[in-house]
Design a protein around this ligand. Structure first.
Ligand SMILES: Cc1ncc(C[n+]2csc(CCOP(=O)(O)OP(=O)(O)O)c2C)c(N)n1
Ligand SMILES: [Mg+2]
Length: 166
């Protein structure tokens, strides 16, 4: 499984991370990179994890994803209603934008919001085995620990990203 994300998530041995995709805080880029990887590697499942502010900012990439309808792409939106990594200001979409309806309107289905850890586990597992494109909206709270910062330099990130596909 390949996981592309811009957000502040520590690496795990359970998946190959594409973070930082090629740079640091590349808001809204993860869905585009995830689409490219999903189309180039139809045999892999690609999971994109992105923040609410970044999804709203990069909505046009979702139009392209809906147009391409990859068989193997799952998009997860972690919605804390703020720009956490940008200084904790509220996002303009906070409490206003219905992500599920927006995705349905764009043609990305199934799209669902979860409101408990159990529902998150069930829906994530269902979507992971779904053949097609899916969107999972996860309301979350504010960060409690320190911000996880990447340790690699941008050119090291680029080489690491490339090395995953050679
Ligand atoms: C075009 C652009 N504007 C502003 C920033 C500064 N910035 C970096 S991360 C971030 C917040 C991203 O918010 P969100 O996608 O909701 O993720 P969160 O940090 O809340 O997990 C901002 C504003 C940026 N990197 N790029
Ligand atoms: Mg956010």
């Amino acid at each position: 499984m390949l996981v592309a994300y811009e957000m502040v998530i520590p690496p795990s041995p359970q998946y190959i991370t594409l973070r930082p995709v090629y740079h640091h805080h590349e808001m809204g880029l993860a869905p585009s990179v995830g689409l490219g990887v999903a189309l180039a590697h139809p045999e892999r499942k690609v999971v994109v994890i992105e923040g609410d502010g970044s999804i709203a900012m990069g909505l046009s990439s979702l139009v392209t994803i809906a147009h391409n309808q990859p068989d193997n792409l799952m998009i997860v939106c972690m919605d804390n209603q703020i720009y956490e990594a940008g200084g904790q200001n509220p996002t303009p979409n906070a409490g206003r934008m219905d992500f599920v309806k927006t995705m349905e309107g764009l043609g990305i289905t199934p799209a669902r919001s979860v409101d408990s850890p159990d529902e998150l586990r069930r829906t994530a597992s269902e979507f992971l085995s779904h053949r097609g494109c899916s969107f999972l909206h996860v309301p979350i709270g504010k960060r409690k620990g320190p911000l996880h910062q990447p340790t690699l330099k941008p050119y090291e990130m680029k080489h690491r990203f490339r090395s995953l596909f050679t």
